[in-house]
Design a protein around this ligand. Structure first.
Ligand code: MN
Ligand code: MN
Length: 290
């Protein structure tokens, strides 16, 4: 583990922590715009912008036991397999120690080892992915472990207790596969038309399970709110849609990741939003335990 910069208020030691943040600076398969390997530190830096007090939950983050273990040991030229292995080891350890892992990606391919490790511990695991893209390809540019394939691997290799929210981009084959395999997804248009409360009630009946893994591919959000992305896609969710989902799902979530921010493509607002989401996730999850 390296890295000197830590997430704001993550000043607990590891053994006392309920939440363990780690960075996974890897963007080796990113296809359109690379840069998400710089996101963990960009998110950490901007996390100091906010007050420690969270009025939504009447909780001060400075009293919540949060630890930032730095970045997993991934080098710039590591293969995707090496990166996935490093992440899986880290998440397995954190879960074995009965803590909630929070990954600062990095690209979306890194979610697969998190979900795999989570399923090892929680057999009833459900997975919620927020994403503009289906990520249902079996292979992309010759790479099976591409960011564009992550949901396919989750469903086929880990669990079919899966839903995605915010979808508005895929190949014809991905749309056909989603239909033929009866994959549950809520397009961003549906979220806008029917509202978050409706989506949540559908989601809760579909994923009637105690343990969720929540993965936030930041491109689920409209590029107007989150422009610094690997693969931006217009007509997305708003920041408030995602905030509501995080508030509602955090209490059941045994792990969380935030991936695909490529911080050099804006003046800091996407990393800022990401840091805020992490703080809201922690506040909501902690409040539900008190
Ligand atoms: Mn994705
Ligand atoms: Mn995406």
């Amino acid at each position: 583990m390296g890295g000197k910069l830590f997430f704001a208020d993550a000043d607990s030691n590891y053994s006392d922590a309920a939440f363990v943040i780690f960075g996974a600076p890897f963007d080796g398969t990113s296809s359109f715009r690379k840069g998400s390997r710089q996101a963990p530190d960009a998110i950490r830096e901007t996390s100091y912008t906010f007050e420690t007090y969270n009025f939504n939950f009447d909780i001060d983050l400075s009293v919540i036991p949060i630890h930032d273990m730095g970045d997993v040991d991934i080098k710039e030229n590591d293969t995707v397999e090496q990166a996935l292995t490093a992440v899986e080891k880290t998440v397995t350890t954190i879960l074995e120690d009965n803590k909630i892992p929070i990954m600062l990606g990095g690209e979306h391919s890194l979610t697969l080892p998190c979900v795999r490790a989570s399923k090892e511990k929680f057999d009833d695991l459900g997975v919620v992915v927020l994403d503009a893209h289906f990520d249902l390809r079996d292979k992309y540019k010759g790479e099976v472990n591409s960011h564009a394939c992550v949901s396919r691997h989750i469903i086929e290799d880990v669990t079919d207790r899966y839903v995605s929210i915010g979808i508005r981009s895929g190949t014809k084959d991905e749309y056909s596969l989603a239909k033929s395999q009866d994959i549950t997804y809520y397009p961003s248009d549906m979220v806008v038309e029917k509202g978050i409360a409706h989506i949540l009630s559908e989601l809760n009946s579909k994923l009637d399970t105690r343990h969720l893994y929540l993965s936030l591919d930041m491109d689920a959000i409209d590029p107007a709110y989150a422009p610094a992305l690997g693969t931006p896609e217009p007509f997305g969710l708003t920041d408030r849609h995602v905030l509501s989902l995080i508030h509602e799902l955090a209490p059941r979530s045994i792990g969380f990741d935030l991936v695909e921010i490529a911080p050099q493509f804006d003046s800091g607002n996407t990393a800022l939003l990401g840091a805020k989401f992490i703080r809201e996730f922690i506040a909501s999850a902690w409040a539900s335990r008190q």
